[in-house]
Design a protein around this ligand. Structure first.
Ligand code: TYD
Ligand code: MG
Length: 460
């Protein structure tokens, strides 16, 4: 049989080249070629793409076409990680044979989280913790410092993926944690460890192993400055789920977010508090992202966000201040900068309030990142409140998308958000008209329905 060969594949267009070159001959991209191992295909001349695309591409006995309704299937077989918030983000527990990428900044707590999970699962799904960054003594030292029991947990300090798989084949763990995927490398490639092709190929080996054996695999990945894991987004396509572990370095709260999940909802959040005994889950996190100041402050607005499948009360803060710069600053922490710029333009054009000569800073309290458009209205209310130096009325919440023509658009699950705010004792809610109940009340809370940005600014 033919030997595996290496190919140079463009990360932009996927074109296959036999030699490395600086520019892709297909799409013209510069420095986009990476080295990959090509498994010998069953049929001579099969392309890289074909051999990757599916295992039956070149075989004579391709499976028969089947009516989908006749296909027998079972619910995914899940096992609890022993950590409720972790299970929630995974979609209700860890699926056997699934590959989950856990990304986050260095020092955010990825290793700690997975050490705690592998420890909790030792009885149900015995795990192998593969460390490429820390020595075994460091891992054991952390476990004992944080009081994480290590009975039944096996560890291996190794970065060569061939050796990792040899050990796994012998030990047959139900779960492998590879910490981190960036340290793994395969003998098949001449590229340096840590390079994109090494990371990708090593991950591919583990994915194949997971699928063949039903072993669950966690890949730990550091997020790069560009925000992708391991530089390219290639790993994200290879795995079943991508979870990001986030939080501000100053805050003790950590949020685990599902960015992609074949077995659950995306944007699902799990909330943890960091402590001397490791990560503690926060099962009812609704109100922890409020700043906790007693009286309302100028520049602050509480919103009800619904990232994932439950509502969360989150405080948005804005600081608007006369700018000494000819190009005033717009800084957004915890939300997208372009969205802020757009909202400020709408505020000017349809709310009649210009901040062109002001620096505008917006921050979402607690290191959480809000991605949904329901944050639009609260952001503008916070900006207005800071500009006027007047707090919003006490116990007010808001949510709603702001359109480019100044309309306030509804967001999903309005009633659930309102109920959550009422439960936490809020007295007033400013929300899109179609999200408001006809009665204008939810329990004790007054619900103010707005259709246009100008109305909302007036009512606030
Ligand atoms: P670590 O898990 O090593 O971060 P990462 O793997 O993402 O780089 O955590 C960084 C440090 O913080 C480590 O020394 C352990 C400590 N730590 C705690 O003391 N308590 C905690 O709850 C967490 C999450 C970390
Ligand atoms: Mg680590």
């Amino acid at each position: 049989s033919s030997k595996a060969r290496t190919a140079y594949v463009c990360s932009e267009c996927g074109a296959d080249h036999s030699k490395w070159q600086g520019q892709c001959g297909e799409c013209g991209g510069w420095n986009t070629l990476g080295e990959f191992v090509v498994e010998p295909a069953a049929k001579a001349g099969a392309s890289v793409a074909a051999s990757r695309r599916g295992s039956w591409a070149g075989k004579a006995d391709a499976p028969a076409v089947t009516a989908l309704r006749d296909v027998r299937h079972t619910e995914e077989d899940r096992v609890s990680t022993g950590i409720g918030e972790f299970d929630r983000v995974l979609g209700g527990g860890l699926v056997h044979g699934s590959v989950v990428l856990v990304g986050g900044d260095p020092g955010i707590g990825k290793s700690t989280l997975l050490l705690q999970a592998i420890s909790k699962m030792a009885g149900t799904l015995p795990g192998l913790y593969v460390t490429g960054e820390e020595s075994l003594a460091q891992v054991a030292g952390r476990a004992s410092r944080l009081g994480v029991p290590v009975d039944g947990v096996h560890a291996l300090a190794e970065t060569g993926v061939e050796r990792v798989l040899e050990h796994a084949a012998r030990m047959r763990p139900g779960l492998i944690v590879a910490d981190s995927v960036q340290t793994l490398w395969t003998e098949e490639l001449s590229a340096a460890p840590g390079s994109v092709s090494q990371v990708r190929e090593s991950a591919a080996r583990l994915v194949r192993y997971a699928k063949e054996t039903g072993t669950a695999v966690f890949l730990v990945g550091h997020v790069t400055k560009e925000g992708g894991i391991a530089g390219p987004r290639v790993l994200e396509h290879m795995v079943d789920a991508v979870l990001y572990f986030e939080g501000e370095s100053g805050s003790r709260f950590r949020v685990l977010r599902a960015f992609k999940n074949r077995f659950g909802a995306v944007n699902e959040l799990g909330v943890f508090a960091m402590g001397e005994k490791g990560l503690r889950e926060v099962p009812n996190p609704s109100a922890i992202f409020l700043s906790g100041s007693e009286r309302p402050q100028p520049g602050s607005c509480v919103m009800v966000t619904r990232e994932g499948t439950r509502p969360l009360l989150v405080e948005v803060q804005a600081l608007v201040d006369a700018s000494p710069l000819s190009n005033p600053r717009r800084v957004a922490v915890g939300m997208e900068g372009n969205r802020l710029a757009m909202l400020l333009a709408v505020l000017h054009r349809h709310g009649g309030i210009g901040v062109g000569d002001q620096d505008v800073f917006v921050n979402v309290v607690g290191g959480i990142r809000v991605q949904e458009t329901a944050a639009d209205l609260p952001v503008l209310l916070a900006v207005l409140s800071s500009l006027r130096d007047r707090p919003l009325a006490e116990q007010t919440v808001a949510f709603g998308e702001v359109g480019l023509s100044g309309e306030i658009r509804p967001v999903p699950n309005g009633e659930e958000r309102l109920k959550e705010a009422a439960t936490h004792g809020f007295k007033r809610a400013i929300v899109p008209k179609s999200n408001a109940p006809r009665s204008g009340r939810i329990g004790e809370m007054e619900v103010i329905a707005v259709e246009r940005l100008a109305d909302a600014l007036e009512r606030a």
